[in-house]
Design a protein around this ligand. Structure first.
Ligand code: GLC
Ligand code: MG
Length: 684
């Protein structure tokens, strides 16, 4: 495989990247170089080229070198464009045409053409789309950060509206044209991209970036670093609330100072440590940083926080692990109050260093906290919530230990080798399409958790069995969202479903002919939208006792999800009836409560797919294990309950017709299909 990455922003070189040298020489370069390094280990990859802009001038000669080797397989190739000098990202759209021509000519001169192009940032995607128009090479896209999200988070603080509009338009092109979009988090895939016209969730895949956390895992205090902080503090031994971010409006450090300033309790319990970049004279800071810094100093003065807040002028990049260690040995907390955080690498670093987190609930931290269980999420616009979360971690017994233990899992969860393996599987699949079955004779729909997955040996047996089933279309039906389901299926190397019924039947996705991306079933969306007043349902349930909302990512356009027991499920039903709001309530595992439009369930969704495929009810098998499968098992003539069922499924009166397998998980599914195929209805 030959992969060409396009990345035109910032000062990109293979060694000693000068991060921060320009506003665009940032995290995306680190991401790209780490990705390329991990990908080069794969023996199926023959060649990797990073295509970037060639420019001369103040930043040095390295960026004027037409070619730079990174390793045996990987190199950087620099392309001259219309303007000879360095350009900020806002000005790159003027170079798109010349860069495209240069790239097309270069590809034509190569002995072998690239199999795929990977565009980083929207301007690169516009170039990739032009190359595809001429040469037919498909491209994948990584946004790194999104203009629309930035505009929303910053509101009136957003810089230069015209260039942002340009960027958003380019991002629309990228989304409309890319064969696949790689997102770093579910939040990015399901919330951030959803603000775009060309949003198509089935073409997005969530592949969390890796992270090199070893130096944070080994973080030790350093007396020199300690001294730079202690000189600010009257009681330097107190727990430290540590924040580490550039002083820009989006990072919202002022909310943290306000949270601390407004809470005498928090001031009594902890010090505040603000590592807000590095500055000489405030007036030399650019990009709004001087204003933000002045606002922080002003707040410290207004709340009279002298002796309780440390805000050193400078620190060295290599001091960062010691800063985390400073907070750790004092029993502190890492706080990220950003208005929006696209991914949240500092959260992983702080976790690896042994700190519990209080993090913004806007953006990537949702995923990190869900994956690792390493902290609390807060509304970054609510200083009192930030203060309360910090106090909980400082005071509630056991909570800090739990979050620290969760954080220790971060390094394994965010790993570049795993990322590269899934990434290459996707790229290979793009090149060798295995399209969905055109006219299947039978359909098998499996629940995912504890049915298809949950036993590795069972899934291996299923993989083999599935490859021998001619004419059998395979799909899944799950409580998970599309991206959450996709992530577990790809991690477990499950056979690729040709239909995905997700969010408890409220959404359906069909595999595209390219065998990799999916398209949402628009007809189903129309059906489930009938009689669904989401806002009213949510309001009616807001007062129900013992009902707590699940995380923000579990709330979908046609699914509201809570935690609650059987008692609260009854109360919820009563509340909706009293309000005259039609909805279906599904309770499972004794603790999940999903509230769906009246037309949505796994059962009705399976039937929609059956009709679409032109199959009779006797051609469909469904398999499940828990309460959220009841509707599907009830409706299915050939219903399979795997041996490891819960929620008393086997004694459910409506499920008497089901086959209860002797085997658990995926083996139970195989057993069930064989059972029904032996029955007289199937005798030819
Ligand atoms: C999955 C979903 C959750 C839902 C549960 C039961 O865990 O993520 O939102 O409540 O399934 O359907
Ligand atoms: Mg299940």
């Amino acid at each position: 495989m030959f992969i060409v990455h396009l990345a035109f922003q910032g000062c990109l070189r293979g060694q000693d990247v000068a991060y921060g040298l320009t506003a665009d020489t940032g995290g995306h370069i680190r991401y790209l170089l780490d990705l390329v390094q991990a990908c080069a280990q794969d023996t199926t990859v023959d060649r990797i080229v990073i295509a970037t802009r060639l420019f001369a001038g103040a930043h040095g000669d390295d960026y004027a070198m037409p070619e730079e080797r990174i390793s045996g397989k990987a190199s950087i190739v620099r392309f001259a464009s219309t303007s000879p000098g360095y350009l900020p990202k806002e000005a790159l759209h003027g170079e798109v045409a010349s860069l495209s021509e240069a790239l097309i000519a270069w590809i034509a001169a190569q002995p072998v053409r690239p199999d795929v192009i990977h565009a980083h940032y929207a301007d690169a995607a516009v170039v990739a789309a032009r190359v595809e128009d001429r040469l037919g090479i498909p491209f994948v896209f990584t946004a790194h950060s999104l203009g629309r999200v930035k505009a929303r988070a910053l509101g009136h603080l957003a810089p230069d509206a015209a260039s942002l509009a340009h960027r958003i338009a380019a991002e629309e092109t990228a989304l409309a044209r890319a064969a696949l979009v790689i997102a770093s988090s579910r939040d990015e895939a399901e919330v951030q991209y959803a603000t775009y016209e060309s949003y198509d969730p089935g073409r997005i895949r969530v592949l969390p970036p890796g992270s090199d956390l070893a130096r944070f895992q080994a973080a030790r205090p350093c007396p020199r670093v300690d001294a730079t902080l202690d000189r600010f503090l009257r009681e330097p031994g107190k727990p430290a609330l540590l924040a580490l971010a550039r002083p820009v409006a989006r990072k919202n450090l002022a909310a943290l100072v306000a949270a601390y300033g407004e809470s005498p309790e928090l001031q009594a319990r902890a010090n505040l440590v603000l590592i807000a970049g590095t500055r000489g004279d405030l007036d030399d800071l650019d990009g709004g940083m001087a204003e933000t810094m002045r606002e922080l100093l002003d707040l410290i003065d207004r709340y009279d926080l002298y002796g309780r807040v440390a805000y050193p002028k400078t620190h060295r990049p290599e001091d960062v692990p010691a800063l985390y260690a400073y907070a750790r040995v004092r029993g502190g907390v890492f706080v990220n109050p950003a208005l929006n955080e696209p991914f949240g690498l500092t959260l992983l670093e702080a976790s690896a260093a042994g700190l519990p987190l209080v993090a913004t609930d806007s953006g990537g931290p949702n995923d990190i906290v869900e994956t690792c269980g390493n902290g609390l999420l807060v509304d970054p616009r609510a200083p009192d919530e930030i203060a309360r979360a910090c106090l909980r971690i400082l005071d509630e017994p056991g909570l800090r230990e739990r979050f620290v233990a969760g954080g220790a899992r971060a390094a394994a969860a965010y790993d570049w080798d795993r990322h590269a393996a899934r990434y290459h599987a996707l790229l290979r699949a793009l090149g060798a399409a295995e399209p969905p079955l055109g006219d299947p004779r039978q359909l098998l729909i499996c629940d995912i958790d504890n049915t298809l997955v949950g036993c590795d040996a069972g899934l291996s047996a299923f993989r083999l069995w599935r490859s021998e089933q001619e004419g059998l279309a395979f799909g899944v039906a799950t409580g998970r969202s599309f991206h959450s389901a996709m992530a577990i299926l790809e991690q477990q190397a499950s056979p690729r479903p040709q239909v995905m019924i997700t969010s408890v039947g409220s959404e359906i996705y069909h595999l595209d002919p390219n065998g990799v991306s999916y398209t949402a079933d628009a007809a189903w969306r129309t059906i489930v939208s009938r009689d669904w007043n989401r806002a009213a349902v949510q309001a009616a349930l807001s007062g129900v006792a013992d009902l707590t909302a699940q995380g923000p990512l579990e709330q979908r356009p046609h699914k509201l999800s809570y935690f609650g027991d059987a008692g609260s499920a009854r109360l919820a039903r009563g509340a909706l009836e009293a309000a005259g709001l039609p909805a279906s309530i599904i309770h499972s595992h004794g603790r999940y409560l999903d509230v769906l439009p009246p037309a949505a369930s796994k059962g009705t969704a399976v039937d929609h797919v059956r009709v679409l495929y032109g199959l009779s009810e006797d051609d469909v098998f469904v398999a499940g294990d828990s309460g959220n499968d009841v509707e599907m098992l009830r409706a299915g003539r050939q219903a399979i309950i795997v041996a490891n069922f819960s929620d008393d499924l086997a004694s459910h009166t409506a499920l008497k017709h089901s086959y209860v397998a002797r085997a658990t998980h995926a083996r139970g599914v195989i057993e069930g299909v064989a059972h029904f195929r032996k029955l007289p209805a199937h005798a030819d």
